[in-house]
Design a binder for this molecule. Structure first.
Ligand SMILES: Cc1cc2nc3c(=O)[nH]c(=O)nc-3n(C[C@H](O)[C@H](O)[C@H](O)COP(=O)(O)OP(=O)(O)OC[C@H]3O[C@@H](n4cnc5c(N)ncnc54)[C@H](O)[C@@H]3O)c2cc1C
Length: 406
C-alpha cells in the first residue's frame, strides 16, 4: 500500500472546508499541499437555501477571488424589519427596523443562494489547482509526527493536520470522541424560493410567529428566499402538501404586500437545534463550520461563523508555517480554539435566547419583547452596534474578514 504525503487533509468540501483550502493555498503557495475529500465535490446535493452573507464574510470571499463569480447574483439587504404581529391583525405593526452600511456603498449583508456560492468556491478551487477527491474520509490515526488519514477510495494520506469540515453530523468529531453540548428545538425550517409581482426594495422581513420566525429574505429578480419555522410535525406536513394547498399556507403568512406569489424553488425542511462541540481541537485535528457548532438560523449566522473559523485557522496555520513550526502542533491548535470558541458560545447563546423569547404564545413575553424592541428602535447608537455585529466586524476579526490577504 502506498502512503501519500501532504500538509493538510480537509474532510468536507462544503463552504467552510473549501474556504479554508483556498486560504491556505493562496497564502502559502502551491508547494503547500492540501487535500480536500468529499463525495459531494463530484455531485453537490440540492440545497434550496440562500444565506445572508455578512459584510466581513463578503470581504473574505473577495480576497479569496470567489466573490466576482457571485456578485451579479447577490442581493444587497438594504433594510431589515422585525415584527411579531399576529397573522389576523388588520395592520402588521413594525417594532424594529435596521438599515445601514458598514462603509459607503457596502451593505451590512447580502443574500446569495447556497448553490451559487458553492459553485463559485468549487470553480475557484479548480482554478487554484486544489487536490479535490470525490470520496469521504473514513478514519484516521494520530502519531507524534503526524496523522494518517484513510479515504473511502482506499487511499491513505499522511499529513500534519486533519480538519473536520464534515458538517453537523461530523463523523470525525465522533471518531475523536468529542461530544456536543446542546439540544433539539423540536422546530424545523421550511425553505423555498418565492417569486413575487413587486420589487422588495432590498428589504428583509423577520415576522415572529408563535411557532417560530417566518423570514422573507430578498433575492435578485423579484424573488425572495423563505426561512419558515414550524414545529417539526407541522413542517413535515406543510412541505408534503400539494402545490395549491402549500400556496394557501404560504400566502396566509407572507401576505400580499408584494403582489401575487409563486413558489419557484424546491421545498426542503431542516430540523433545528443548538450544538457546540465541547472542544474544537484534538490531537492533530481541528473542527470548523457546522462540525464545531450548529446555531438556530434566526440570525442567519451559521455559515458566517463557519467562514470565520476557516479564516482564523488559516491565519494560525499560515503564521506557524512561515516560522517553520509544526502546523498541527498543540500551540497552533490551541490558538485556533481560543480564538473561536468564545465567539461561537456567544452566538449560540444569543440565537438560543432570541428563539426562546420569540417562539412562544406567552402574552407577558410578547409585552417584554415589544417594549425591548421599541426601546432599541429608538436608540441609534445601539442599532449601529447591532449592524456591526450582524456585519461580522466586531470582536477579534481574522485578517481575511477585514479583506486583508494572509
Ligand atoms: C434553514 C437554514 C437557513 C440558514 N441560513 C443561514 C444564513 O442566512 N446565513 C448563514 O450564515 N448561515 C445560515 N445557515 C447555516 C449554514 O447553512 C450552515 O452553517 C453551513 O451550510 C455549514 O457549512 P459547512 O461547510 O460547515 O457544512 P456543510 O455545508 O454541511 O458541508 C459539509 C460537507 O462535508 C461533507 N462530508 C460529510 N461527511 C464527510 C466525510 N466523512 N468525509 C468527507 N466529507 C464529508 C458533506 O458531503 C458536505 O459537503 C442556515 C441553516 C439552515 C438550516
Amino acid at each position: 500500500m502506498t502512503v501519500e504525503r501532504t500538509h493538510v487533509v480537509i474532510a468536507g468540501g462544503g463552504f467552510a472546508g473549501l474556504a479554508l483550502a483556498l486560504a491556505l493555498r493562496q497564502s502559502l503557495g502551491p508547494t503547500f499541499e492540501v487535500v480536500v475529500a468529499d463525495p459531494a465535490v463530484a455531485r453537490p446535493a440540492v440545497d434550496a437555501r440562500a444565506s445572508a452573507i455578512a459584510a466581513a464574510t463578503r470581504r473574505m470571499l473577495e480576497t479569496l477571488g470567489v466573490w466576482p463569480s457571485v456578485a451579479a447574483q447577490a442581493q444587497d439587504i438594504l433594510d431589515m424589519v422585525i415584527t411579531d404581529s399576529r397573522l389576523d391583525d388588520a395592520v402588521r405593526p413594525v417594532f424594529l427596523t435596521f438599515a445601514g452600511e458598514v462603509a459607503p456603498g457596502e451593505p451590512f449583508a447580502q443574500m446569495v443562494e447556497n448553490a451559487v456560492l458553492l459553485k463559485a468556491l468549487l470553480a475557484r478551487a479548480e482554478v487554484d489547482g486544489l487536490d479535490l477527491r470525490p470520496t469521504s474520509v473514513t478514519g484516521y490515526e494520530t502519531g507524534p509526527q503526524g496523522v494518517t488519514v484513510t479515504l473511502g477510495d482506499g487511499a491513505v494520506v499522511e499529513a500534519s493536520l486533519l480538519v473536520a469540515a464534515d458538517g453537523v453530523r461530523s463523523r470525525l468529531r465522533d471518531l475523536a470522541g468529542i461530544t456536543v453540548v446542546g439540544w433539539e428545538y423540536g422546530q424545523s425550517a421550511i425553505v423555498t424560493t418565492v417569486k413575487h409581482e413587486r420589487d422588495h426594495g432590498g428589504r428583509a422581513t423577520e415576522h415572529f410567529l408563535p411557532a417560530g420566525p417566518f423570514a422573507i429574505l430578498p433575492l435578485t429578480d423579484n424573488r425572495s428566499s423563505l426561512v419558515w419555522v414550524e414545529t417539526t410535525d407541522e413542517a413535515t406536513r406543510i412541505v408534503a402538501l400539494p402545490d395549491a394547498a402549500f400556496h394557501d399556507e404560504l400566502e396566509k403568512r407572507f401576505g400580499l404586500h408584494l403582489g401575487a406569489l409563486e413558489a419557484v424553488g424546491p421545498r426542503q425542511h431542516y430540523p433545528l437545534g443548538l450544538g457546540v462541540a465541547r472542544a474544537f481541537v484534538a490531537e492533530r485535528l481541528a473542527l470548523i463550520g457546522d462540525a464545531a457548532h450548529r446555531v438556530h438560523p434566526i440570525a442567519g449566522q451559521g455559515l458566517n461563523l463557519g467562514l470565520r473559523d476557516s479564516a482564523a485557522l488559516a491565519e494560525a496555520v499560515a503564521d506557524a508555517a512561515r516560522l517553520g513550526l509544526d502546523i498541527g502542533g498543540p500551540d497552533v491548535l490551541e490558538r485556533y480554539q481560543r480564538w473561536r470558541r468564545f465567539d461561537t458560545m456567544t452566538m449560540g447563546i444569543a440565537t438560543d435566547g432570541l428563539n426562546r423569547l420569540f417562539s412562544n404564545r406567552s402574552d407577558v413575553l410578547r409585552l417584554v419583547r415589544d417594549l425591548g424592541l421599541g426601546l432599541v428602535d429608538r436608540a441609534p447608537v445601539l442599532k449601529r452596534v447591532f449592524v456591526r455585529e450582524a456585519a461580522g466586524l466586531s470582536g477579534e476579526v481574522p485578517k481575511l474578514l477585514k479583506g486583508e490577504a494572509l
